[in-house]
Design a protein around this ligand. Structure first.
Ligand code: ATP
Ligand code: MG
Length: 467
């Protein structure tokens, strides 16, 4: 089957068409980042084109505060670097320049275009096979071909992410229909959605992120392509996938995002154990346990709206808490063998997750630990427990955060949480001598055999975390 560049067929006009340009009157000048404006002014003085691009233009046009301001220019990385003493070229495959002002960085990239599609050398003659292979071949591996402004707009993911803002002329430049989609609140890939999502399936997760964060509707063709391409997420680099999962959890719209991931089939590929845990729609038992999972995400969203930023280990612990509770309970366990102690169960569940997602080992350990420490909030009379050391340990804040989310999801236990919060405040100001007294061996310690497969701080009996 002959290769064609689908994105130029579907919806998108050929390159070097004239863009739609509007004035940027709706954007108050004080919303623009002065350092980014400085970078653009300097590049323009040297005869280059330079614009604000991507998420910041989108956000400014809908009245949101941008997270960061990115610049794109026709100047090549080395030319940019030469103009800025505070500039540093970064990246190997995709080179761009970081221009540093204090602790603030303006990412300045050179216009790029997508690399030409490669010719398929061994078409089989079977149209379906070849079509599948063509989509496989689209996976982008090379990403550093310089281009012009229009090509740079077209290689971006969604129309609303491909707008340019010229701060000098005070205009917004649109090559891909992004302004209209922004007006209607629609998220749409640039060009043929199957092609664009197959090139980089992580764009499916980005679609979920933008649609839920901005409250946009996903265009039907884009949504159908998300469903079709979702299985290919298994081919994307696990660290990129993990990063997007964590972003969704920190977005304040985790509940909506995870529901959407499930609906398009992406959850089953990126977090299969969670998708299985949530079960089938017609399974009433599964619906009850799914409810308890969704309530945790709801609690998380509510905390994020109050300004809380969950650490990686809290995100992972929260995602797998319900599964760990189920596997630790002999009545509900699905894994092989009798329910072992909680230390072992956290390892059974989280170690494979850590390996599959390439989560750093210390984060897996930490997620296990903060789950194991949950018992301490309700069970403090154990002989070896040293409350002050617990309160001052580096795991305490994350453990307490997880406890708070559990209590919020449960709708009770708030008084216990408040009590611990107060104890934490007091413990932080307690003199060192008090801590030393607590650990001064007044209590006799039993010698124990070293435990295998787990974390010694945790203790033994199954599932005291329930709820
Ligand atoms: P945020 O507000 O979350 O930072 P953003 O739109 O700025 O959103 P970034 O991930 O910072 O998103 O990327 C900057 C821009 O780079 C995007 O707006 C988009 O134009 C382009 N981009 C990023 N990732 C991809 C991708 N996987 N495929 C195509 N274009 C991408
Ligand atoms: Mg950004």
């Amino acid at each position: 089957m002959p290769k064609s560049n689908d994105r130029r067929q579907a919806g998108a006009s050929p390159t070097r068409s004239s863009p739609r340009t509007i004035t940027a009157d709706s954007i108050p000048p004080e919303m623009l980042d002065p350092d980014a404006l400085r970078v653009i002014a300097r590049l323009e003085r040297e005869g280059h084109q330079a614009y604000l691009v991507g998420g910041c233009v989108r956000d400014l046009l809908i009245g949101r505060t941008p997270k960061d301001f990115d610049v794109a220019s026709d100047a090549h990385p080395r030319q940019i670097k030469r103009l800025f003493r505070n500039g540093r070229i970064i990246g190997r495959r995709f080179k761009l320049v970081h221009i540093q002002y204090g602790d603030h960085i303006i990412e300045t990239a050179t216009f790029r275009r997508d690399p030409e599609p490669r010719e398929s050398e061994n078409d089989t003659g079977d149209a379906v096979e070849d079509a599948k292979r063509d989509l496989d071949d689209l996976l982008i591996t090379e990403d550093n071909v310089f281009g012009n402004a229009e090509e740079d707009a077209r290689r971006r993911d969604f129309t609303v992410n491909a707008l340019f803002l010229d701060p000098t002329k005070r205009t917004v430049i649109d090559y891909v229909g992004g302004l209209e989609d922004l007006e209607h609140g629609v998220l749409r890939t640039i060009g043929d959605p199957h092609t664009r999502l197959a090139e980089d399936p992580v764009r499916i997760l980005r679609a979920v992120k933008f649609a839920t964060r901005l409250g946009f509707r996903i265009d039907d063709d884009t949504w159908n392509a998300m469903i079709a391409i979702a299985p290919r997420l298994s081919r994307s680099a696990p660290p990129r996938v993990l990063e997007e999962i964590l972003r969704l959890m920190r977005s304040g719209t985790a509940l909506g995002a995870f529901r959407m991931l499930r609906a398009c089939g992406a959850l089953a590929v990126i977090l299969p154990a969670i998708d299985r845990y949530l079960g089938a729609k017609d399974d009433s038992q599964a619906q009850t346990r799914a409810g308890s999972f969704w309530r945790l995400l709801e609690a998380l969203d509510s905390d994020v709206h109050q300004g809380y930023l969950p650490s990686t280990s809290v995100c992972i612990a929260l995602l797998y808490l319900r599964i760990i509770e189920r596997e630790a309970d002999p009545a509900t366990r699905e894994m092989k063998g009798k329910a072992p102690d909680l230390v072992t169960v956290t390892a059974e569940v989280l170690v494979p997750v850590g390996l599959a997602t390439r989560l750093p080992r210390r984060e897996t350990m930490r997620a296990r630990k903060i789950i194991l420490l949950q018992r301490r909030f309700v069970q403090t009379s154990t002989k070896r427990f040293r409350p002050l050391a617990f309160l001052r340990s580096e795991d305490f804040p994350d453990s307490l955060a997880l406890f708070r989310l559990r209590m919020a999801a449960r709708g009770q236990g708030w008084d216990i949480y408040e009590g611990w919060k107060e104890r934490h405040r007091l413990a932080l100001s307690a003199p060192k001598s008090e801590l030393e007294a607590e650990g001064s061996g007044k209590r006799r310690r039993r010698r124990r055999k070293p435990r295998t497969g787990g974390d010694a701080s945790a203790g033994g009996k199954p599932a005291p975390t329930a709820g």
